[in-house]
Design a protein around this ligand. Structure first.
Ligand SMILES: C[S@@+](CC[C@H](N)C(=O)[O-])C[C@H]1O[C@@H](n2cnc3c(N)ncnc32)[C@H](O)[C@@H]1O
Length: 284
């Protein structure tokens, strides 16, 4: 799917009528043209309403899925367990670090979702804050940020402030999106080195990473690449899987993690956002 399709659905609906027939939206020249234009406007109204109704249904379905008692119970238990493993994720320590991270990131995030990435696609402020906290807590020297965008800025800001020489790769399956990320990083005065396409990155057989975020591409691609992503970290390294609120992806990912015997925890208590999204943490 092209970036045009992903980013400009509104424009797509404005330009398409019926079964994928692209219309000329220039000014009408005759009564026939006027009638045609009127019927096009009506079709557009219908399509716009249809889209609004559909997105309303998606939102309602998400809210219902978000009520899953099993995932809610797991959120609590897993938070306690992951905090025992990583004390900087315990309630008070996390709250303090998250407040500090939010102070630093809020303005840039608001600007990013208003001007660069749509809020539905860009990382939530909750995930951005979590990435900042885990970077500062784990002190990784090699980080892979799969699914470039605002998170690339977060991990690269951490790298810039670190004295231990942090190596970051930001990766995407989409060339145009990757270019947007490079431009954004350059504008934010953080390194824009190692911003790579997935095939190039994966094929280069990179040295093991300490921390990997998997937030790349559409959900089918996310699932297809999961196995490879889980091989990118060193033993004991950490992988963050975002968008685990999606039941089909979550079922697939959890089956994969269980088959591989990898320790994993819901981060719902720490990353749940207003679109019901949340992440999981995996130890490899
Ligand atoms: C969930 S997004 C990744 C978000 C990224 N980690 C961030 O912090 O902004 C997944 C994929 O969508 C694409 N993408 C990112 N932002 C987008 C946007 N605003 N519109 C369309 N596609 C986007 C990229 O190809 C990316 O791999």
């Amino acid at each position: 799917m092209s970036i045009h399709n992903r980013c400009h659905t509104d424009q797509l609906f404005k330009n398409q009528i019926g079964f994928g027939v692209t219309t000329d939206l220039s000014m009408p020249h005759s009564i026939g043209d006027t009638n045609q234009a009127r019927s096009q406007t009506m079709s557009m109204d219908f399509l716009t309403k249809n889209r609004i109704v559909k997105s309303g249904f998606v939102r309602i379905r998400r809210r219902i899925q978000d009520l899953s008692p099993a995932e809610r119970a797991r959120a609590k238990e897993d938070h306690a367990a992951v905090a025992a493993r990583f004390p900087f994720l315990a309630e008070d320590a996390f709250a303090k670090a998250a407040a500090d991270a939010e102070n630093r990131l809020n303005e840039s995030h608001a600007h990013y979702i208003a001007n660069v990435g749509h809020p539905v696609h860009a990382a939530s402020i909750e995930l951005a804050v979590f990435m900042d906290v885990i970077c500062n807590g784990l002190n990784p020297t090699r980080v892979a940020d799969l699914g470039s965008g605002f998170t690339s800025f977060v991990v690269r800001s951490f790298a810039k402030g670190s004295t231990s020489g942090v190596d970051v790769s930001s990766v995407d399956d989409h060339p145009e999106w990757l270019q947007k990320t490079k431009d954004y990083l350059t504008g934010k005065d953080v390194s824009a080195q190692n911003v790579l396409l997935w095939d190039e990155f994966s094929g280069s057989d990179p040295a093991p990473f300490d921390l990997v975020l998997h937030d790349m591409g559409m959900m089918d691609f996310r699932a297809q690449t999961l196995e490879r992503v889980l091989q990118l970290t060193r033993p004991g390294g950490v992988v963050i899987l975002d968008d685990m609120h999606k039941p089909e992806y979550r079922t697939f990912a959890l089956q994969t993690l269980e088959q591989k015997g990898l320790e994993h925890y819901s981060l719902r208590a720490l990353t749940h956002d207003n679109l019901t999204r949340y992440a999981y943490l995996v130890i490899t």
